[in-house]
Design a protein. Structure first.
Length: 254
């Protein structure tokens, strides 16, 4: 996996013509710290396993199930996979994906602080790389992937159709986009959800961060060749007590 036109800083690939947004970074990291979503290196290395007394234990229990299902699905393909995780944060899921035999992983994020932690904790040489940047900027346009994963990250993109179209352009023929652990809303629910988010970030002391958090309608995926690999609203899942609140969506490139 060759990445031209990048500097390597602390084993992170940073585009030569890009400077980190220090104001956003400072606010984001401060807010995540208040939420107790910034982890020590030792905690990050163990994710998705976390102590039962941690305030986000149930969330990580859910993410562990999502991760295990995704790994089983991808491993069943029995072919070498080039995988991009968009919004990889501290790199825990990219690291789990790198366990797939023959896989090569790129973790992409705009949070340099978390990427630096990812590089420290999950430094695996040529098999796993971390890149600073936004997929919409075209920084990875020279590369194509078998799989692109969005795990709890689509809410940080303003336009879901634009994001999906750009991502489809970076897939190999027959490649797949996987969206998981992300909220979707009915059209009539979005206004209230936006108000809740603005109130939440205001209480947290960082109202500006609401401008970086977006609410997507489930109907936005309808034009794409998609399949629900898990539907939390299905009668079957409700009857059998599968309480995972988020859908697992697979979008395939024709």
């Amino acid at each position: 996996m060759i990445l031209p036109d990048f500097n390597i800083s602390s084993t992170i690939y940073v585009p030569v013509d890009v400077q980190p947004d220090n104001i956003f970074e400072k606010n984001y990291v401060a807010a995540r710290t208040l939420e107790r979503r910034m982890y020590t290196d030792e905690e990050a290395a163990r994710l998705p396993f976390i102590q039962p007394d941690h305030p986000h234990y149930l969330e990580w229990k859910m993410r562990k199930r999502s991760c295990q299902k995704l790994l089983r699905y991808l491993e069943s393909k029995k072919n070498i996979l080039s995988i991009l995780e968009v919004g990889c944060g501290n790199g825990w899921l990219s690291h789990e994906l790198s366990r797939i035999p023959g896989s090569k992983i790129i973790g992409l994020d705009i949070n340099l602080t978390e990427l630096q932690q990812a590089a420290r904790v999950f430094n695996q040489g040529s098999k796993l790389k971390f890149v600073y940047g936004n997929i919409l900027s075209g920084i990875l346009n020279d590369l194509t992937f078998d799989v692109i994963v969005f795990a709890a990250s689509i809410q940080y993109f303003h336009s879901l159709p634009e994001l999906l179209n750009v991502s489809l352009g970076q897939l190999c023929r027959g490649g797949e986009i996987h969206i998981l652990d992300s909220p979707f809303y009915k059209k009539e629910e979005i206004k209230a959800a936006m108000q809740r988010s603005r109130a939440y970030y205001a209480r947290l002391g960082f109202p500006v961060l609401a401008d970086y958090y977006f609410h997507h309608c489930i109907g936005e995926i309808q034009p794409f060749n998609h399949k629900l690999l898990f539907d939390p609203s299905s009668i079957k899942n409700k009857l059998f007590g599968h309480k995972h609140p988020f859908p697992w969506i697979c979008i395939k490139k024709d």
